[in-house]
Design a binder for this molecule. Sequence first.
Ligand SMILES: Cc1ncc(COP(=O)(O)O)c(C=O)c1O
Length: 397
Amino acid sequence: MANEATSAAALHPETRLVHAGTLRSQFGETSEALFLTQGHVYDSAEQCEARFLNKDPGFQYARFSNPSVTMLEQRMAAFEGAEACRATATGMAAVTAALSSLVRAGDHVVAARALFGSCRYIVEDHLPRYGVQSTLVDGTDLAAWRAAVRPNTKAFFLESPANPTLEVIDITAVAAIAREAGAKLIVDNVFATPLFQRPLELGADLVAYSATKHIDGQGRCLGGLVLGSKELIEGDIQTFLRQTGPAMSPFNAWVMLKALETLPLRVRRQAVSATVVAKWLKGRKELPHVAFIGDPDHPQAEIIARQMSGPSTLIAFEVAGGKDAAFRFLNKLRLIRISNNLGDAKSLIVHPATTTHQRFTPEVRASMGVSDGLIRLSIGLEHADDLIADLQQALAA
Ligand SMILES: Cc1ncc(COP(=O)(O)O)c(C=O)c1O
């Protein structure tokens, strides 16, 4: 099987997303093949043994690796500028694998408190069950990161922009504090997308994605990706994934591999529409607060200018009147559908306080910036004017 030598850093990201990582079979197919197989056969027992000793290059079993999954991993690594990448069954599997691989019982993790509900569960509830303590800090407060460090701190974890508030953290500054502490920094880059933010270049050690979101981009398959140095990815993370089993299915990998070809087109277009919609929302008197990464009035606009090259496709806004008003507004929408997913071609909207952040107490939600009137809107590929018309009629009602 020939590997296309097109992952060279000299190529533009768009080109890498179309060509990098392609493994062509003996049939010379133009479009990447879907290798829907659990395993592989060997010419001899000796070859099988050599494969298990990593002395013979090739595939063994789809829990470890699969040609369609490998193509996705190689293409994503080339896009992100990472030495290595591993695909997982979901975004949460990627986050769990990254964190679990860096720590042992007796270690300590520091994380930003404004996190997606399941990410916060891993840090706050899951790791402590296995003897890994954690401290949650205001991620925007660099002194708080510094003060939380203990001699046994091994990992820092953050989302920037955070789900759903779009709070932004200075990744370069937090990476420097982590390095000084001897800890590794993991960045969940879902909201930024790989197109608009490159955490590894900003000093992070690992970057994790829910590929379910913009990478698939059309609401079909679950998936996750974790990227970083060969040492980290092909060491403890690879072992964790191989032995515990959260492998991405070859079918999902194939869908995402093909989706990567159009990621820049989709995400740039969605970001342009999000900019138009956010500007319109900001002008509504019914909405006391509108957060958007591309807004020059965003409280962390200076950090955004330094570390992001685009505005994300998400908007967070507050409806005056709390949960009742938020529900009335959501129920009036006709085109924009209520869904807890995001990054889809279809615009999707959700009330985080009763869904993604429902399990927290009102006090904890308040500390994360998730109020009862907060709404998260993911902009899709529809025409911005149609989205505005839908928002307008729902707000009027
Ligand atoms: C920021 C963030 N990280 C991780 C995840 C988890 O991804 P998945 O649903 O693919 O497990 C999500 C899902 O919404 C998310 O928004």
